[in-house]
Design a protein around this ligand. Structure first.
Ligand code: PLP
Length: 275
């Protein structure tokens, strides 16, 4: 097992955020979902530092609604590789290949209180290849130029979605947040200089790369079967069914303290839900 964030092992006991896991497993019962708050904050801060997020407050009345178009840029990203295809078989977004996007762009100008300000794409999950994001940026920047030239609409924001790969097993070698951000952050600027267009704001939506390695599930061992010279089976009180019911509790732990975020579901809760 790889130790992430504040995880440590002392006297054969796992500690997360300064809390002995055995202790909280007993307190909240197992399976128990545990999140390392410090690691989540650290990951978020790292992304924010690179992207310098600005907060915006929307006026509720009398506004023109800003919208994005989700596009299918034609990049299919797999776990360890990616391919560029003219693929249009996606349930999300307007594909470039079949002209649907241009049809929609033609129509959007007729809606007076809708303003198209951004393009959005999400090219897959568990992506380890930064090149696939680079290609997505290039495709989107070329599109930004095309849209201003052909439809006179200035795209001010491009959103690359999420999907940044994380470590699950020893076969995974994800890029660090630093490596990912440093590679993609200047890409739109370079593309804009080349294409002679204004630089849009670059947005990303990292999900699992913020939380995945900050989360652990604690189980209680219920039996051990040792087959001599062959294998030892260790059975625990959870597994594939954790996501079913009753749902385990969720705790966030930091600085030696566990905060209960979601209490363990009981059969009484389930019965009251059915009623
Ligand atoms: C549009 C969009 N953005 C971001 C994400 C987050 O992906 P990940 O958690 O792999 O970074 C998803 C995942 O479903 C998504 O559909």
């Amino acid at each position: 097992m790889k130790l992430h964030g504040t995880m440590s092992v002392k006297n054969r006991n796992l500690y997360i955020g300064g809390v002995k896991c055995e202790k909280i497993a007993k307190k909240y019962s197992t399976p128990l979902y545990v999140f390392d708050e410090k690691l989540i904050r650290q990951n978020c801060r790292e992304y924010v530092n690179y992207f310098k997020v600005k907060e915006k407050i929307c006026k509720r009345h009398d506004i023109t609604q800003n919208i994005y178009f989700r596009i299918t840029p034609g990049i299919e990203a797999h776990t360890h590789e990616y391919i560029k295809t003219g693929q249009i078989d996606s349930k999300f977004g307007f594909a470039l290949a079949n002209g649907y996007l241009y049809e929609a762009l033609g129509k959007i100008r007729d809606y007076k209180n809708i303003s198209l300000i951004g393009l959005h794409a999400h090219i897959g999950y568990q992506i380890f290849e930064i090149d696939s994001y680079m290609d997505a940026v290039d495709i989107m920047m070329n599109l930004v130029k095309k849209i201003i030239e052909n439809f006179n609409i200035e795209i001010k924001e491009i959103d690359l979605g999420g999907g940044i790969g994380v470590y699950y097993t020893k076969y995974d070698s994800p890029k660090t947040i630093k490596e990912f951000c440093e590679s993609i952050i200047n890409r739109p600027e370079r593309a804009c200089q080349k294409l002679k267009i204004n630089k849009p704001i670059l947005i990303i939506e990292p999900g699992r790369s913020i939380v995945a390695n900050a989360g652990s599930t604690l189980y209680t061992i219920v039996s051990i079967k040792d087959i001599k010279d062959i294998r030892t089976y260790v059975s625990v009180d959870g597994g594939m069914t954790d996501n079913k019911i009753p749902k385990p509790a969720v705790v966030f732990i930091e600085n030696g303290k566990a905060k209960l975020i979601c209490k363990r579901q009981t059969y009484k809760d389930l019965i009251s839900l059915e009623l």
